[in-house]
Ligand binder design. Structure first.
Ligand SMILES: [Zn+2]
Length: 160
């Protein structure tokens, strides 16, 4: 998730980003637009060639409906934990980008999480276009193929 640091009520908006980028797939050149159509960040390099921004975060509730398993680890819980550090809450949960998650949309409109296309060492580079707060959940659940049923570590490098 991504917020304008100066006003955290302004946040990443996937609908605006899809409209203004004219694609549902996030890759090099994709701009992360806010609720008020400001550019928060830009994808400057991507080794994968497409990331999801329509699937949203996994949660205990959705995991129960999809996989029949209660009390799973989830991105929603990770986001809630991180939001509390900034005095924020579930009200601040909004659309996110699922880096490295493959959700192809078919010609008939159907979509499904499929096995990822990324390889070990795959990366995404983003440029913050203004001061932003970003929250990252390295999806911890094992019940869909987004991580090959085997979540693995990620590395984040931040530089100025
Ligand atoms: Zn997740």
């Amino acid at each position: 998730m991504c917020f304008d640091l100066a006003n955290k009520e302004i946040r990443y908006n996937n609908a605006n980003s899809i409209k203004l980028n004219r694609t549902i797939y996030v890759s090099t050149g994709f701009r992360l637009y806010s609720d008020i159509a400001e550019v928060l960040m830009t994808v400057t390099e991507d080794s994968v060639g497409g990331h999801d921004t329509i699937g949203g975060a996994c949660s205990n509730q959705v995991n129960l409906l999809r996989y029949g398993i209660a009390n799973t680890c989830s991105c929603r819980d990770n986001f809630l934990t991180a939001l509390k550090l900034y005095g924020m809450s579930s009200r601040d949960i909004h659309a996110n980008i699922n880096w490295f998650m493959n959700v192809p949309v078919n010609a008939d409109g159907s979509a499904e999480i499929e096995d990822g296309k990324s390889l070990p060492g795959g990366f995404v580079e983003l440029l913050a276009e203004k001061d932003v707060l970003t929250l990252l959940s390295n999806c911890p659940q094992f019940y869909n193929p987004c991580s090959g049923w085997n979540p693995t570590p990620i590395r984040v490098i931040h530089w100025q």
